[in-house]
Design a protein around this ligand. Structure first.
Ligand code: ALA
Length: 476
C-alpha cells in the first residue's frame, strides 16, 4: 500500500450525525445551561489558585488576569457552540474532531483530553485537601506534616487528596452520577459560600493592600492569566448538552456567555476583595479564601466558607472524573483504545476497570505533585483543545460550507481567530517544564496511535462495537 493511501487513512472521518438526528429530549433552557456551566466552572481555581497567582504572579492585578483568561474562553465558547450544534454526536471536542477532521486529529484531541481531565481531577483534589486539612486542624485533628503535604512543600504525601480521589472513584464505580437538581443545589451552595465571603470582605478592605497594584508588572499579569485560566475550565461542558437544549440558536450562546460572564464578575470581585483584605504576599496558602477571613477574626464565616468550598470542589471532582471515563469510553467504542478496559461490570453497570486504573493514577499524582504544576499541565492541554476547536470552525466553514448550523458564530473568521490568538498567547506564557511534560505525553500518544489505533479503529476494521461495553450515549 502506498504512503499516500496510508496518509489518507489518518483523515478518515466518522459520518456527521447532524444536530437534528437525536432522540434526546429537549428540556434545557438557557438558564439551566447557565447553572450547568457555573456548576462545572467554579472550583479549585477561585478557591485556591487565586491566592497562588496573587501572591506569586499578579498581585491585586489578578483582576486583569481574570479578564484576559475570560476573553480567551468567550471566543472559544462560541466556537464550541457552533461545532456542537452543527456536527452533532453527543458533544466533546473528540466527538466532533472525529466527524469533522479525521481520525488522527480526533485521537490527538482525545489523548489530550484524557490528560486534561485527569490532571484537573488531581488539581481539584489537591485544592479540596487544603480546605479539608484546615477543617481537621480546626477540630484539633491536625495531620502530621508528612501526611498533610507533598515532598515539595516539606512533607511526604498529601493523604487527604489521595483519599478523596479514591472515594470519588468508588462513588463512580457504584454508579453515582450528577443530576440536574443536585447540580442546582451545589451551584446554590457555591454561590452562597462566595456571597458570604464577598459580604464580609466588602467591609474589611484596607486600600493600602492594593499598593502596588501590579507588583510583578504586565508579564506577571499575563503569566497569572495563563495559570488562573484553570478557573474557567468546564464551560465546554455546556456545549455537550447542545442536543438537549430547547432552542440551541438562542439558548446555547445565552448559557455559555451567561455562565462565563457571571463567573468572570464573581472572580474579579473575589480576586479584588481577597487582595484588599489581606496583603497579596500572604495568600500563597492552601485555602486562601477561608484563611483570609480567619485572619480577620471571622472564625465562623471562615469555617462556613471552608465547608462550602469542600462541598463545591467535591462536585467538580465528580463531574470531571465522570467526563474522563466518558471520553475513554468514546475512544474505546471507536476502537482507538482496547475495548477490554471499557467493559461494564455486570453488577454496577459501570466501567469499573477504567475507573480503577484512572483512580489509582490520579490518586498518585494528587498525593505527590504540587498544585501549580498540575494546574499548568491541565491548562496547556485545555488550551490546545480550545485552539483546535476554534480552528475547527474555520476548517468546517471551508470544507462543509452548506452544513446546517443551528448556531453560527458571528463575525467569522474574526471570533475564532481571536480565540486561537488568545489561547496560543496564554499557552506561550506557561513554563517551559509544562511544555516539556505536555510534549512527552503527546509524543507517547502519537506512538500509541501508530502501534494500535491506526490498525484497530472501527473505521479501519469495520467491526461493530463490543455489546458488553458501557453505553456512551451520554458521553461528554
Ligand atoms: N474550573 C474548575 C476549577 O476551578 C476546573 O476547579
Amino acid at each position: 500500500m502506498s504512503l499516500v493511501t496510508h496518509l489518507k487513512k489518518l483523515f478518515r472521518t466518522k459520518p456527521l450525525v447532524g444536530h437534528q438526528d437525536t432522540d434526546l429530549k429537549r428540556t434545557l433552557s438557557g438558564f439551566d445551561l447557565t447553572l450547568l456551566g457555573i456548576g462545572a466552572i467554579i472550583g479549585a481555581g477561585i478557591f485556591v489558585l487565586t491566592g497562588i497567582v496573587a501572591a506569586t504572579q499578579a498581585g491585586p492585578g489578578i483582576i486583569f488576569s481574570f479578564i484576559l483568561a475570560g476573553l480567551a474562553c468567550v471566543f472559544t465558547a462560541l466556537a464550541y457552540a457552533e461545532l456542537s450544534t452543527s456536527i452533532g454526536g453527543c458533544g466533546s471536542a473528540y466527538g466532533y474532531a472525529y466527524a469533522g477532521f479525521g481520525e488522527f486529529i480526533a485521537w490527538i484531541i482525545g489523548w489530550d483530553l484524557l490528560l486534561e481531565y485527569g490532571v484537573i481531577v488531581s488539581a481539584v483534589a489537591v485544592g479540596w485537601s487544603g480546605y479539608f486539612n484546615n477543617v481537621l486542624t480546626a477540630l484539633d485533628l491536625e495531620l502530621h506534616i508528612s501526611l498533610a503535604k507533598n515532598i515539595f512543600e516539606g512533607g511526604f504525601i498529601n493523604i487527604s487528596a489521595v483519599v478523596i480521589v479514591l472515594v470519588i472513584s468508588c462513588l463512580l464505580a457504584v454508579g453515582v452520577k450528577e443530576s440536574k437538581h443536585f447540580n442546582s443545589a451545589m451551584v446554590f451552595i457555591k454561590l452562597i459560600t462566595i456571597a458570604v465571603f464577598i459580604g464580609i470582605a466588602l467591609f474589611n478592605v484596607n486600600p493600602s493592600n492594593w499598593q502596588p497594584f501590579i507588583p510583578f508588572g504586565w508579564l506577571g499579569v499575563v503569566e497569572g492569566a495563563a495559570l488562573i485560566f484553570f478557573s474557567y475550565i468546564g464551560f465546554d461542558a455546556i456545549s455537550t448538552a447542545a442536543e438537549e437544549t430547547r432552542d440551541p440558536q438562542r439558548d446555547l450562546p445565552r448559557g455559555i456567555l451567561g455562565s462565563l460572564v457571571v463567573c468572570t464578575l464573581i472572580y474579579m470581585l473575589v480576586g479584588g476583595l481577597l487582595t484588599g483584605i489581606a496583603p497579596y504576599t500572604s495568600l500563597n496558602v492552601n485555602s486562601p479564601v477561608s484563611a483570609a477571613l480567619l485572619n480577620l477574626g471571622y472564625d465562623f464565616a471562615g469555617g462556613l466558607v471552608a465547608a462550602g468550598a469542600i462541598a463545591g470542589l467535591s462536585t467538580v471532582l465528580l463531574v470531571m472524573f465522570y467526563g474522563l471515563t466518558r471520553i475513554f469510553l468514546a475512544m474505546s467504542r471507536d476502537g482507538l483504545v482496547p475495548s477490554r478496559f471499557a467493559l461494564v461490570n455486570k453488577k454496577t453497570h459501570t466501567p469499573v476497570r477504567i475507573i480503577v486504573i484512572f483512580g489509582i493514577v490520579i490518586a498518585v499524582i494528587s498525593g505527590f505533585a504540587p498544585m501549580k504544576a498540575i494546574a499548568e499541565l491541565a491548562n496547556i492541554g485545555t488550551l490546545m483543545a480550545f485552539t483546535i476547536v476554534c480552528a475547527g470552525v474555520l476548517v468546517m466553514r471551508y470544507t462543509h460550507p452548506n452544513l446546517h448550523r443551528p448556531f453560527k458564530v458571528a463575525f467569522s473568521p474574526w471570533i475564532p481567530l481571536l480565540g486561537i490568538i488568545f489561547c496560543v498567547y496564554l499557552m506561550l506564557n506557561l513554563p517551559v517544564e509544562t511544555w516539556i511534560r505536555f510534549g512527552i505525553w503527546m509524543a507517547i500518544g502519537a506512538v500509541l496511535y501508530f502501534i494500535y489505533g491506526f490498525y484497530h479503529s472501527r473505521l479501519a476494521t469495520g467491526v461493530a462495537p463490543n455489546p458488553d461495553e458501557a453505553r456512551i450515549d451520554d458521553a461528554p
